[in-house]
Write a protein that binds this ligand. Structure first.
Ligand SMILES: Nc1ncnc2c1ncn2[C@@H]1O[C@H](COP(=O)(O)OP(=O)(O)OP(=O)(O)O)[C@@H](O)[C@H]1O
Length: 261
């Protein structure tokens, strides 16, 4: 569960303080939430509040971790990358999970919330595919052989195992985005935030990544300009001028956005 409590974001500029996000109060319990809106409306800012990349200037944002998503549970239904959405829906938050404050519990929040960026290259640091996933696993798998096995298993889950020793620079855009998602999910976050994950992809790869995200067992927040993808969520929030302009069923939200764009 993700809760925004009167959260604002104000950035200092040369001409004074700029309010990027006016007070936002939202509670996300749905498995899949899409966030849409015009350029510069504040969508990424809202998304970045969720994993503490940005701290609210006033108010607060809290995260209640869901049941741990284990490899076996997530992978029980087979490879999601190649075959499309196959995983089970997210489970409800456990009553025993303590809420984490994004400003005060930074480490725990970043372990709980995985973040996928628009440009997967921004997330790729290591030269080869397997090393890149291993880097994500350095904290959770201290021993090298275990880390390698877990990385291979993560790649296998997304149909990328055959590319393990390839250079990350040799991957196609779709493969790179898949790798970025595989690396983030290898750490088993209970919430995933994806900021425009299909923007740089062609139609086929955009659908593939969309299928994957919608099929994940994790609670997933997707910021997107892809209204086809946004429509597949359980709930859609429209952001305009740093405010929540509409919040509701995807079809109604998209209709509102089309009418006001
Ligand atoms: N640190 C900052 N200082 C000043 N202005 C900022 C800062 N960060 C963001 N902004 C401005 O805040 C507004 C919202 O930015 P944000 O990236 O959240 O928009 P967005 O809805 O994700 O846009 P897009 O769809 O174009 O990616 C933009 O006008 C942006 O220029």
């Amino acid at each position: 569960m993700i809760e925004f409590h009167e959260a604002t974001v104000v950035a200092p500029t040369q001409t004074g303080d700029l309010t990027i996000l006016h007070p936002v109060s939202l509670t996300f319990t749905e498995p899949k939430i899409s966030i849409i809106g015009g350029n510069g409306s504040g969508k990424s800012t809202l998304a970045r509040l969720i994993n503490g990349l940005i701290e609210p200037t006033t108010g607060h944002v809290s995260i209640t971790p869901q049941n741990p998503v284990t490899e076996s549970a997530a992978g029980a239904t087979g490879a999601v990358g190649a075959a499309g959405a196959t995983a089970t829906p997210a489970s409800a938050p456990t009553s025993s999970s303590p809420a984490l404050d994004t400003a005060h519990d930074g480490h725990a929040v970043r372990r709980t919330v995985g973040f996928v960026f628009t440009d997967p290259a921004a997330q790729m640091i290591m030269p080869t595919v397997i090393e890149d996933v291993e880097l994500s696993l350095r904290r959770t798998h201290r021993k090298k052989p275990e880390r390698r096995a877990a990385a291979l298993s993560a790649l296998d889950r997304f149909g990328l195992a055959h590319l393990a020793d390839h250079s990350v620079h040799a991957l196609s855009g779709g493969q790179r985005q898949l790798l970025a998602i595989a690396s983030v999910l290898a750490t088993e976050p209970s919430i995933l935030v994806a900021d425009e994950p299909t923007t740089l992809l062609d139609l086929k790869n955009a659908r593939r990544i969309g299928d994957l995200l919608i099929g994940l067992p994790q609670q997933t927040v997707i910021v997107t300009h892809d209204l086809e993808l946004a429509a597949r969520a359980d709930r859609t929030v429209v952001i305009a001028d740093g405010r929540v302009a509409f919040d509701g069923a995807p079809a109604a939200a998209i209709a509102w956005y089309r009418a006001h764009a």
